[in-house]
Design a binder for this molecule. Structure first.
Ligand SMILES: *[C@@H]1O[C@H](CO)[C@@H](O)[C@H](O)[C@H]1NC(C)=O
Ligand SMILES: *[C@@H]1O[C@H](CO)[C@@H](O)[C@H](O)[C@H]1NC(C)=O
Ligand SMILES: *[C@@H]1O[C@H](CO)[C@@H](O)[C@H](O)[C@H]1NC(C)=O
Ligand SMILES: *[C@@H]1O[C@H](CO)[C@@H](O)[C@H](O)[C@H]1NC(C)=O
Ligand SMILES: *[C@@H]1O[C@H](CO)[C@@H](O)[C@H](O)[C@H]1NC(C)=O
Ligand SMILES: *[C@@H]1O[C@H](CO)[C@@H](O)[C@H](O)[C@H]1NC(C)=O
Ligand SMILES: *[C@@H]1O[C@H](CO)[C@@H](O)[C@H](O)[C@H]1NC(C)=O
Ligand SMILES: *[C@@H]1O[C@H](CO)[C@@H](O)[C@H](O)[C@H]1NC(C)=O
Length: 601
């Protein structure tokens, strides 16, 4: 049965108490990353190894880039507090007019939340909206032993009612770049998001951190008015924003976001796709990227002129300011218009990399040549290549289970017409469109020991094995719409291993021989290719109810999600769980002005 969890006392523990079993791992690479630090012995507490511009692989106290953060992480004993106020307001980021938005601390994006590896984050969310609930998800955070802090209404919590608050608290067991966003219906599409940085070691050296570059599509109407259930196909974004800025499509209003570099230095850029519907191909003219992480996973550095960033995905890259001083375009282009979303801004989504000691001006730089570069693809960096190889070897067992992994179909289905004549459109996993009950989250069933989960919760009990293997297969709908699109698939509570992916293909057991078990890419969001398959594996090492969903906001609103229930008898809940539910039930449905009209997540 469930255990009631109380927060650990904030005793000022000696820094770097080991969070869990220490497992010694050797670095699998001494590639370019190593630089002057090639002699360091990762994980050796006795080795002097500070994190500096020349030794980014180090962290200190027995932790380094070679640490397997699934098994071992620092506990600094430090709590970093933030307060997020969510309000209903207007925003005019590119000068073309006000849009109704729901912002965090009255800014877009919300504040950068920043902590060190091993710190605890304690974030109070005040719902100051009159007529919407909310719930904030910390994208990619493992939430080890804190599933109830994952922020998914109807699964891990009741929504935060208007006028009420809750405090999320979790341990930063990973490091790198991410974002946080409302997981309540399509609310993040109206601005309820911000970026999250957890400082830690890195696989390659750089001098300075230019911070997050959140990139998004931007619409005329608010995401709520684009009610997906009443139309087929998303609207076209008329613009896109980088860190909340861009010029208007006619080039006369708004401003480009800029970042200043100094000649001779190396910079880390944290690319994050916070779109509702669009993927981006990102580049900086004249400055190739050295890719160092994908999502929260350090990768062996590789050089690329452009990188693909799907919704919810992050890539951390380094550029070297070694070109003639001046101004250079940072470009976020939507590739393969149609499949990857589309954008109507003829001038593109741009920011400026500005060299100090040069005059500020719109760049005249030229984009990288695209010939033979597959620049128009809408697939992951790792697709058909060995890019995104994790820094340290992960060994995914290719046991007999992999010959018959669990098959989960992904399909579009048109499931009827409402009483007022509107078409209802659904996306389904395993033939079921997810539809959560805000009033009764799955963790409440777990608390009650009630296993009669409604079918609309699309719940899958994770098998009681160390590893589980899943094939996502996009199929055409038997009687409905023959609609095939790539989908960015995101799993909560885990980084999964991407064993394989193939476009326009039906997975059969014969394809098991094509899967990669040798240090495969590991991340929390991966692209399911058009009309094809994606094979994922994850270790059952984190008790919880973890949603897996397409990160196209309107697709998950249409139900493209499932949830994995993992070792429910080990799930613990914070004592505030029931109070938050009481506040919500007091509000909904009696006092609510609007009612739920989509999957709820
Ligand atoms: C936001 O404000 C608008 C205009 O005042 C109002 O119609 C809407 O209900 C408000 N939304 C929420 C979520 O409070
Ligand atoms: C460049 O960015 C800085 C910091 O955001 C801002 O203060 C400045 O106005 C920007 N300059 C231009 C020319 O846009
Ligand atoms: C900028 O110009 C000044 C004066 O010419 C010079 O001293 C300084 O080194 C230059 N800085 C960079 C980063 O080039
Ligand atoms: C974000 O991801 C979506 C979906 O994968 C894609 O359509 C869009 O182009 C991406 N945007 C960027 C800037 O990478
Ligand atoms: C600039 O740095 C990149 C690596 O970031 C390197 O590939 C390139 O050769 C350098 N160019 C010059 C002119 O030094
Ligand atoms: C399980 O939960 C459902 C929905 O709240 C409820 O109808 C049912 O009675 C519960 N079953 C048990 C055994 O508690
Ligand atoms: C898919 O759905 C069917 C019918 O609801 C169910 O029996 C099956 O267990 C589901 N598949 C998985 C992997 O849970
Ligand atoms: C949230 O508020 C918006 C208006 O601001 C409204 O259109 C939408 O229906 C509301 N959703 C719910 C479920 O309350």
């Amino acid at each position: 049965m469930h255990l009631l969890r109380t927060f650990p006392l904030l005793a000022s523990l000696a820094a770097y108490a080991t969070g869990s079993v220490a497992v010694k791992r050797q670095a699998s690479s001494t590639s370019s990353a190593a630089g002057s630090s090639s002699t360091l012995t990762p994980d050796d507490a006795d080795t002097e190894c500070d994190n500096t511009a020349q030794s980014r692989q180090c962290w200190g106290g027995g932790f380094s880039i070679a640490t397997d953060f699934d098994k071992k992480w620092p506990d600094t004993g430090k709590t970093v507090p933030y307060t997020l106020d969510i309000t209903n307001t207007t925003l005019n980021p590119d000068g073309t007019g006000d849009r109704l938005v729901m912002l965090i601390n009255n800014q877009y994006p919300g504040p950068v939340i920043r902590a060190n590896w091993g710190d605890w984050l304690e974030i109070t969310v005040n719902n100051k909206l009159a007529n919407n609930g909310t719930g904030i998800h910390w994208h990619g955070i493992r939430q080890y032993e804190t599933c109830d802090q994952d922020g998914v209404p109807g699964i891990t919590e009741c929504p935060i009612a208007p006028g009420s608050s809750r405090t999320y608290r979790f341990h930063c067991t990973q490091f790198g770049t991410s974002w946080y966003h409302s997981h309540w219906s399509v609310q993040y599409g109206v601005g309820t998001l911000g970026t999250l940085v957890i400082d830690g070691p890195a696989t390659d050296n750089y001098d300075e951190d230019l911070g997050p570059f959140p990139m998004t599509d931007w619409y005329d109407e608010t995401a709520f008015f684009n009610n997906p259930l009443s139309r087929i196909g998303p609207p076209q974004a008329y613009n896109g924003l980088i860190n909340g800025m861009n010029k208007s499509p006619d080039g006369t209003k708004g401003k480009y976001y800029n970042a200043t570099v100094q000649s001779g230095k190396k910079y880390r850029l944290r690319l994050i796709n916070t779109s509702v519907d669009s993927a981006f191909m990102v580049s900086v003219d004249g400055h190739p990227f050295t890719v160092i992480t994908s999502d929260f996973v350090p990768v062996k550095p590789y050089v690329a002129e452009r990188v693909f960033v799907g919704i919810g995905q992050r890539l951390d890259v380094i550029i070297e300011a070694n070109q003639t001083v001046g101004n250079y375009w940072f470009r976020a282009d939507v590739p393969n218009t149609g499949l990857c979303g589309s954008n109507a801004n003829p001038n593109g989504i741009r920011a400026i990399i500005h060299y100090s000691n040069s005059t500020f001006a719109d760049p005249t730089s030229t984009a990288w040549d695209t010939t033979g570069d597959n620049a128009d693809r809408c697939t992951d960096e790792s697709f058909n290549s060995n890019k995104l190889e994790p820094y340290w070897d992960s060994f995914v067992p290719s046991n007999p289970l992999t010959a018959s992994p669990e098959l989960l179909s992904v399909q579009a289905q048109e499931s009827g017409v409402t009483t007022d004549g509107a078409t209802i459109f659904r996306w389904a996993i395993n033939m079921t469109a997810l539809n959560v009950d805000w009033d009764k989250p799955i963790l409440e069933y777990v608390q009650e020991g009630n296993t009669s989960y409604p079918p609309s919760e699309n719940l899958i009990n994770v098998p009681d094995t160390d590893w589980t293997y899943w094939v996502l297969q996009e199929i055409s709908t038997p009687a409905g719409v023959p609609l095939n699109l790539p989908h960015p698939i995101h799993l909560h509570g885990h980084d999964f291993y991407v064993l394989g992916a193939k476009e326009s293909s039906v997975y059969t057991n014969d394809q098991a021989s094509e899967l990669n078990f040798v240090n495969p890419p590991r991340r929390d969001t991966a692209m399911l290719p058009t009309a094809g398959w994606l094979v994922l594996a994850f270790e059952t090492n984190n008790p919880g109810a973890w949603i897996m969903h397409c990160h196209i906001a309107w697709h998950v609103a249409d139900g493209l999600a499932t949830q994995f229930l993992e070792t429910p008898n080990q799930i613990t809940l914070d004592p505030s769980f029931n109070e938050i539910c009481s506040a919500w039930r007091d509000y909904y449905p009696e006092k609510a002005v609007y009612l739920k009209d989509d999957s709820g997540v």
